[in-house]
Design a protein around this ligand. Structure first.
Ligand SMILES: [Zn+2]
Length: 285
């Protein structure tokens, strides 16, 4: 991996063709300011004065020369980094990634992660570094990451909001997931689930994707339906069967109380409606 980078970065022509000219095809984050509307025409502008010194797996510090480019539109100069060197970090992405995985996916404690970090050949200065990395990983919007990975989406989502309660904090999360791939494309904290707050959240999501949102299944919460309709052009909204069936159960129970009809009849009704829903779904998809 690093050998490939050494070869590439020293060869100006190859770097121009293989990296700089292809940047416009990707929604890739660079050091370039986000609001520049240029189509992605950048000129090579030599090297960064100091090479980057990064700790690589195994614990050795390696030096990497970094090329600079200049935007032909706004004139800003910025550096282009290889994917294994995260911006403003001393450690390579593989090291940071494996530590964060052990904490977030496998439930390792901060102390455990701090102590076992030595296995990569270096000690961390303090536990605060681990917290900084965690916060840094969380600053990326899921759609930004998925777009960069080249993940595909047909534009159909399941949307829902959930109440979160943490010490001293009452808030909601709003989530949009692709039911086919199970990928979470949008996840956000909002203070209220009213139409205005949800609109802001969905607009933020819309900015980060380059496909159309065609359809969304959700519960009957009116403010989110309105927000989705106003943010996503001509979107199809379907009401989720799971939410519907839960409500149906309650409605049938009160129906039974009112009419005093036998429970057998109520169960029969539930079964029939569920069958209709299933048949309609299979026919529709
Ligand atoms: Zn620019």
């Amino acid at each position: 991996m690093t050998n490939l980078w050494y070869e590439l970065v020293e060869d100006g022509n190859r770097f121009k063709h293989e990296i700089v000219e292809r940047l416009k095809n990707y929604k890739h984050g660079t050091g370039h300011k986000a609001d520049c509307k240029c189509p992605g025409d950048y000129k090579l502008k030599g090297f960064r004065r100091c090479p980057r010194k990064t700790v690589m797996p195994g614990g050795d510090k390696e030096e990497f020369r970094i090329r600079m480019v200049e935007c032909s539109d706004c004139g800003q100069k910025f550096s282009l980094l290889p994917s294994f060197i995260p911006r403003e970090k001393h450690f390579s992405i593989d090291i940071i990634g494996s530590v964060l995985r052990s904490i977030v996916l496998f439930g390792q404690s901060l102390n455990g992660a701090f102590e076992s970090f030595e296995m990569c050949g270096r000690r961390l200065k303090s536990r605060q570094t681990l917290l900084n990395w965690l916060r840094w990983a969380g600053t990326f919007h899921p759609a930004t990451l998925l777009e960069r990975c080249g993940a595909q989406c047909q534009g159909y989502f399941q949307e829902d909001e959930g109440f979160e309660k943490e010490p001293g904090l009452r808030t909601y999360t709003v989530v949009m997931a692709d039911p086919k791939t199970q990928l979470i494309w949008h996840m956000d904290y909002v203070d209220h689930v009213d139409e205005k707050n949800l609109c802001t959240s969905f607009e933020d999501f819309l900015q980060r994707i380059n496909f159309n949102v065609k359809g969304i299944t959700k519960d009957k919460w009116k403010p989110s339906t309105n927000a989705l309709k106003s943010v996503f052009y001509k979107v199809w909204i379907g009401f989720c069967h799971l939410h519907y069936l839960r409500k149906l159960n309650k409605a049938l129970a009160s129906y039974q109380t009112e009419t005093k009809c036998p429970w057998k009849q109520v169960n029969e009704l539930y079964r029939k409606i569920k069958k209709i829903l299933e048949t309609a779904t299979h026919a529709g998809v």
